[in-house]
Design a protein around this ligand. Structure first.
Ligand SMILES: Nc1nc(=O)c2c([nH]1)NC[C@@H]1CN(c3ccc(C(=O)N[C@@H](CCC(=O)O)C(=O)O)cc3)C=[N+]21
Length: 290
């Protein structure tokens, strides 16, 4: 069998097209959705991701502001900046690009963002709301994975989803999201032994570790849906995932490429969350009878 490719890039592009209509609708109601992106320091990867996010906003008509701070910025200065953004009505979403320099506590920074503007979905309030199946901002990568599955008509209900990786931004929230969608969920991590005992049982396998060639053909169930969240550079400097793509391709039912899979979906879900934040304001206005 040869797996069908899940074209995250194309799915994301189609979603952006739809979003233009939602932006027009918001604008006709007198609201321009706005996203603030805070970039601290000069990390080239962070700069390039942030540039991509700004470009995405431009494409769909979301107002974006890039706030750049020096590597040496103090925690207090960053927290003050966030507090100003929290207060501004034209800003509906706030994203502070991670990682942050050592002198700054990421935990404190995330908690300083108003949960209503936390379009990354990293604030404990949003994570807690997700855990109790309430309306919330879902972190962009897990949300993007769900959107991909929807786009290829794969139902999650009753499936065995195996998540490899337990990070706060991907593995853990992805596990919770699959559980909320009534999957049977197994979470694997660096102490899971042997890993392949679990991955072989997956109907849907999500790999978010950051080690290339972690998953081989022998580690998966024939026909499985394989979602590769990994982003690694190989010896030739090329971007590769955590899954040995060429061989797993021969056995999986569906597989995401790297690049062009999860990454573009992560980006588009940031726009989705920003629109959701803005649409909520319009709805609240309507309820207030303004
Ligand atoms: N507050 C915060 N929120 C984030 O969402 C966040 C973050 N910090 N810090 C860094 C990570 C990483 N991340 C990526 C998103 C899309 C691609 C992406 O679009 N990748 C392309 C390839 C890009 C390339 O070629 O380098 C692809 O997979 O096709 C990559 C990486 C978001 N992150």
């Amino acid at each position: 069998m040869t797996a069908k490719l899940i074209d995250g890039k194309a799915i994301a592009a189609a979603k952006r097209l739809n979003m233009k209509t939602r932006v027009s609708q918001l604008r006709s109601e007198g609201l321009l959705p706005g996203l603030a992106v805070v970039l601290v320091g000069e990390n080239p990867a962070s700069k390039s991701y942030v540039k991509g996010k700004i470009r995405d906003c431009e494409e769909v008509g979301i107002h974006s502001e890039l706030i750049r701070l020096p590597e040496s910025v103090s925690e207090k200065e960053l927290l003050d900046k966030i507090s100003l953004l929290n207060q501004r009505d034209e800003i509906h979403g706030i994203l502070v690009q991670l990682p942050l320099p050592k002198q700054i506590s990421e935990e404190k920074v995330i908690q300083a963002i108003s949960p209503e503007k936390d379009v990354d979905g990293f604030h404990p309030v949003n994570l807690g709301r997700m855990m109790t199946n309430q309306d919330c901002f879902v972190p962009c990568t897990p949300a993007g994975i769900m959107e991909m599955l929807k786009a290829i008509n794969v139902s999650v209900t009753g499936k065995h989803a195996v998540i490899v990786g337990r990070s706060h931004i991907v593995g853990k929230p992805a596990s919770q999201l699959f559980l909320n969608h009534s999957a049977t969920v197994t979470i694997c991590h660096s102490k899971t032994n042997p890993l392949s005992n679990y991955t072989k049982q997956a109907d849907i396998l999500v790999v978010a570790v950051g080690h290339s060639d972690l998953i081989h053909a022998e580690d998966i169930k024939p026909g499985a849906v394989v979602i590769d969240v990994g982003m690694n550079r190989n010896s030739e400097g090329k971007l590769v995932g955590d899954v040995a793509f060429d061989e797993v391709c021969q056995k999986a039912g569906f597989i995401t490429p790297v690049p062009g899979g999860v990454g573009p979906m992560t980006r588009v879900m940031l726009l989705e969350n920003t629109l959701k934040a803005a649409e909520k304001i319009v709805k609240e206005r309507a309820c207030d009878g303004e």
